[in-house]
Every structure is written in structure tokens, then in C-alpha cells.
Ligand binder design. Structure first.
Ligand SMILES: [Zn+2]
Length: 583
């Protein structure tokens, strides 16, 4: 009875394993036991074979892993040993990056030659000494984009990745202008590079060796600084003591003949070769007020600001009176920038992206953007710990001073407050926009600013709707672009500006010498040339800006770029014979 009761259990168990399948009722219990025994033997054999294979496989996998690790370590150790300076580590990282890059990228980089022109390894070896990881990646992508096998769609996608990589702040600063870059063979004048570095990047100056060698010299310096600061405060206080006085001259006294000439000149206000220096002569030095009046009315200031002509004239006279008689940063420079802004708004077509109140805010920002400039740059103020530097904590010192003075003085004098009839909301907006624009004229923001604009431009193109939420950057970029537009003007005008800006630098250099502090780059009148400064300024700052802006404002490509290239050739014509002589 025990046999018969156990039979179905074994049969069921065998069936469950799915190995033996037959009808239990048709066979005898002995046959079932025989089958069960045979099956068990087979099962044990299979288990032994399986576990053996599993062990071998695990062993070989583990062995491979160890080998791989050893190979990597050996490579790193070798690299480090041959390059004690640690360059080997960079190279081995690049080697790993290359493998990751190959794995992640759908386009396989075949070492045996399907894409022979893409050799990332040699590219890294060539560049690893001076490129950051982002630049390294950008270089790889650039190289990859040149492969003919790549579809245009993939090229566009890679192009976008490249732009994003390149627009990461400092990344956009040309390599030669970066402190951390190794630039073994510089053809540019080191002083020009230092000047560009100090003024157009936020990297700050290179550490210059202090020249205060003795205690007595230190004491002399302290006394001079104290005197200079005292003189400075007195002159500014006297300027602001009677704003009404500045507004007294509300009517320009001109002869009928002069009036006709001014009207004739204003007919050309929308020409790129508008001669602001001749206009200054015609208006007896009231070029900013006259041009401001005319252009603000062209854009309906009375309608939008609900203000009177009398208030506008008083305000313009006040602002113009705040400009000092510097060689460069004068009311004429403000008038020039204002004319350029109006040109890009109207002829250039930028105004179609903006609301009326934004257009007017831009024009007002252009008028005030350098008011109270004392002809000394931000680094001078910072290094000399001037009152301005201390007031604004070394941050965009001049720009903060210009815009804060403007609102402080305007609000304090109701008779010249052009903002008084704006609603609170409108005033808050206008004030916010003007502050942003004037602060963005700080040249140290140049590269970051232009890179951000370029990225947006690539996404939005010239689609007006797409720009609706980004009008602020349009306003800031166009104003900054106008502020560096001198070399894009006709040769006659750009030469005047170049000579004047150099004279202002030299006066700063004279002052630094007088104070016994290190002379800033490009500010020593005894060893700085206008043409090398202009060549550096055009090549590193203005040319790239034009290349970006021409995709947004076609007139830049049609009118400004040809002038710029012609001026570059003009300045280079001075450099070439000198270079020939040296050789
Ligand atoms: Zn300016």
C-alpha cells in the first residue's frame, strides 16, 4: 500500500519538472521508478556541468575586469612617470574621454580609417596643454562637424551643442586673453593684451609688481592721494550744488544762418556717417541737448512720458552739464552713442522688437550712460580706492556712479524730472531698464554678454515673437554695441575717436605716474601706439561683435563691417612697415 500511495507523487513531481510527460495510468509502478532514477542521474550530471561552466565564466569575467583595471593604472602610472608636472594625468583623462566619447556618439570614430580625418587622440595631444575640458569638447565637436559623412541635421545639432559649450561665460574669452592660458608665441603687443584683459574681461588685472619701494615713497603717495581725493570731492560738490544753474540756459542762441545749418545737419541724423564733431561746432557745444531733443521727439517722448518741452530741455541741459570736458568721455561721446542707437533702432530695424517705452528708455540710457565720467577707468578707481570705488564696492564703479547720480539728481529737482508723469509701474519699469542698460555698458561684461546674445540669436533668429520675453538683452546689447562702434564709423570719424581715446588713456597714465602708482597698460604715452591699440581692439572686441550683430541687424553687415575692415587695414598699414624694419 505504501508503494501504490507514493507512485502518483513521484509521477506528479516528474511531470512538474517538465522533463517526463506520460500517462500514469498506462504503466506499472516499476517502470515509473526506473524512469525516475534515470531522470535523477541526468539531472545531477547536468547540474555538475552547469555549475562548472558558471564558475569558469565568473572567473574569466573577473579576470578581464582586473586586467582592464591594471591596464588603466599602468597607463596612468607611465604617463605620470614620464611627465612629473602632471600633464600625463590630463592625457590619460583625455584618453578615457575619448573612449566615452566614442561610445556615446552615434558616429563611430574608426581608428582603422573610415573617418581618417577625425583623430581625437592627436587633437588632444595637440591642445591638452592650453584647453579647458569645455574647450577640448568644443574642439572635438568642431572637428567632427567637418566630416563629410555627417548629415546636415546632425551638423545642426552638433552646432547647437558647440554654441552652448562656447557660451559658458569665461569660455568665450579668447584664449590669448585668459590668465590661465599658456601663449608661447604671441605676435600681439603684450601691453595691448593686458589692456584688453583688464578692461574687457572680468578677470581683473595681472598681478603687477608694486613699485612702492620705500617708506618715504609710500608716505608721499598717501599725501598725494589725500590731496587728490579732497580736490575730487570739492569739484563734484560744486557741480551738483545748483542744478537750476545748469538748467538756466534753456534756449540756444544762434543766428538764422546757423539755425538753418543745424536743421540741415539734422536731416542726416539717420546716416551712419553723421558727423557729430561738425554738429558740435554748429551747436556751440550743445550737441547732446540738440540731438537729444530732436531724437526724443522723433520717438514721441511727450506722448509716452506726458511731459512738457520745458522739462525735457531742462533735463537735457542738466545731463549735458554733468559730462566733463574729457578728451573722450564727453557729451560728444554721449551724442555719438545716442545717434548710433537711433540709427540701429530706425534704419537697423531694432525698434520693431521693442515697445515705445523701451525705445525711449534706450535713448535716455544712451544720453546718460557716461555722465560724470572723470576720464579714469574702473581699474584706476579700484586701485586708488577712490570715493567712487568705495561707494560702489569696486563693482562697475563708473557705470553705477552714472546711473545712480542721474536718478538721484533728477528726482531731487521736480522742474527737470522727465519721469514725474509716468505711473508708478511705468517708472519702475523705465528705471529698471535704464539701470540694467547703463550697468551693462561696463566693458568687463563684454564677452559674457555677447556670448549670451549669440546663443539667444541662434535660437530665435529674427522672429519678433520669439524675442518678446528677451527684449532686455536686445536693449543692453545694442547700447553696448553702439558704445564700441567708433572703429565702425568712416575713417575720418574713427580716427578722431581713436586719437581722443588714446589721449584720455595717456592722461590717466600721467596721473598714475604723478601718484606713484603702477601705470595701467596702454596708458603710458611714451611707449604706446594708437595703431596697435586699435588693431587689438578691432580684432578681439569689435570684429566678433559685428559678426554676431550682423545676423540680427543686417545693416551691420552691409554698412558697418565694410567700414570696420577698411579701418583695420588703415591701422595695419602703420604696423606693417614698422614690423618690416624690425625684421
Ligand atoms: Zn560710453
Amino acid at each position: 500500500s505504501s508503494t501504490s500511495s507514493s507512485t502518483p507523487i513521484v509521477a506528479r513531481a516528474s511531470t512538474c519538472m517538465g522533463v517526463i510527460s506520460f500517462a500514469v495510468d498506462d504503466v506499472s509502478p516499476q517502470t515509473i521508478w526506473l524512469h525516475a532514477f534515470t531522470f535523477s542521474l541526468g539531472f545531477v550530471f547536468a547540474a555538475v556541468v552547469f555549475s562548472s561552466s558558471l564558475h569558469n565564466w565568473i572567473f574569466s569575467w573577473n579576470h578581464d575586469m582586473e586586467n582592464g583595471e591594471t591596464r588603466k593604472r599602468r597607463k596612468e602610472r607611465n604617463s605620470t612617470a614620464s611627465d612629473p608636472g602632471g600633464e600625463g594625468l590630463i592625457r590619460s583623462n583625455s584618453w578615457r574621454d575619448k573612449e566615452n566619447f566614442e561610445t556615446a556618439n552615434p558616429v563611430r570614430l574608426n581608428r582603422t580609417g573610415s573617418l581618417p580625418d577625425v583623430n581625437i587622440l592627436s587633437l588632444n595631444a595637440q591642445f591638452h596643454k592650453q584647453l579647458s575640458p569645455e574647450e577640448d569638447a568644443a574642439a572635438m565637436i568642431e572637428r567632427l562637424m567637418q566630416t563629410p559623412q555627417l548629415s546636415s541635421e546632425n551638423k545642426t545639432l552638433l552646432g547647437y551643442v558647440l554654441r552652448v559649450l562656447q557660451s559658458r561665460g569665461e569660455m568665450s574669452v579668447p584664449t590669448v586673453l585668459r590668465h590661465d592660458s599658456i601663449t608661447p608665441s604671441l605676435t600681439q603687443d603684450e601691453a595691448i593684451l593686458e589692456w584688453l584683459r583688464e578692461n574687457f574681461t572680468n578677470q581683473g588685472p595681472s598681478k603687477r609688481v608694486p613699485r612702492l619701494k620705500s617708506v618715504s615713497k609710500g608716505i608721499c603717495f598717501a599725501i598725494k592721494m589725500k590731496r587728490a581725493a579732497k580736490k575730487h570731492v570739492t569739484s563734484e560738490e560744486s557741480k551738483f550744488s545748483t542744478p537750476e544753474e545748469a538748467c538756466a540756459n534753456t534756449v540756444m542762441t544762434v543766428t538764422e544762418d546757423e539755425r538753418m545749418q543745424i536743421c540741415e545737419a539734422l536731416k542726416h541724423v539717420s546716416d551712419w556717417d553723421f558727423d557729430v564733431w561738425k554738429f558740435r561746432e554748429l551747436t556751440h557745444g550743445q550737441e547732446l541737448q540738440t540731438l537729444g531733443w530732436h531724437i526724443l521727439h522723433l520717438h514721441d517722448i511727450q506722448e509716452v512720458f506726458h511731459t512738457t518741452d520745458d522739462v525735457i530741455v531742462k533735463w537735457l541741459n542738466f545731463v549735458a552739464s554733468q559730462y566733463m570736458d574729457n578728451p573722450y568721455h564727453s557729451a560728444t561721446h554721449a551724442a555719438d552713442v545716442l545717434q548710433a542707437v537711433n540709427y540701429f533702432l530706425t534704419v537697423g530695424g531694432a525698434s520693431k522688437y521693442l515697445a515705445k517705452i523701451e525705445v525711449l528708455s534706450m535713448l535716455l540710457a544712451a544720453i546718460v550712460h557716461d555722465m560724470g565720467h572723470d576720464g579714469l577707468n574702473n581699474n584706476f578707481h579700484k586701485n586708488s580706492r577712490s570715493e567712487r570705488a568705495l561707494s560702489f564696492n569696486d563693482e562697475s564703479i563708473q557705470e553705477q556712479y552714472h546711473i545712480s547720480t542721474l536718478f538721484m539728481k533728477t528726482f531731487a529737482n521736480p522742474g527737470m524730472n522727465i519721469f514725474e508723469n509716468l505711473s508708478d509701474l511705468q517708472l519702475a519699469e523705465v528705471r529698471r531698464m535704464m539701470i540694467k542698460m547703463v550697468l551693462d555698458t561696463d566693458m568687463s561684461k563684454h564677452f559674457t554678454h555677447m556670448a549670451s546674445f549669440r546663443t539667444l540669436l541662434e535660437q530665435k533668429g529674427r522672429d519678433m515673437e520669439a524675442w518678446q520675453d528677451s527684449t532686455e538683452i536686445i536693449m543692453s546689447t545694442v547700447l553696448h554695441f553702439c558704445d564700441i562702434s567708433n572703429p565702425m564709423r568712416c575713417e575720418y570719424l574713427s580716427k578722431i575717436w581713436a586719437e581722443r581715446v588714446m589721449e584720455e588713456f595717456f592722461r590717466q597714465g600721467d596721473k598714475e605716474m604723478e601718484l606713484g602708482i603702477p601705470v595701467s597698460p596702454n596708458c603710458n604715452r611714451h611707449n604706446t601706439s594708437t595703431h596697435t591699440t586699435q588693431i587689438g581692439f578691432i580684432n578681439f572686441i569689435v570684429l566678433d561683435s559685428c559678426e554676431i550683430m550682423k545676423d540680427f541687424l543686417p545693416v551691420v553687415g552691409e554698412i558697418c563691417l565694410p567700414e570696420l575692415r577698411s579701418n583695420l587695414r588703415y591701422w595695419q598699414s602703420f604696423a606693417e612697415p614698422a614690423k618690416g624694419k624690425e625684421e
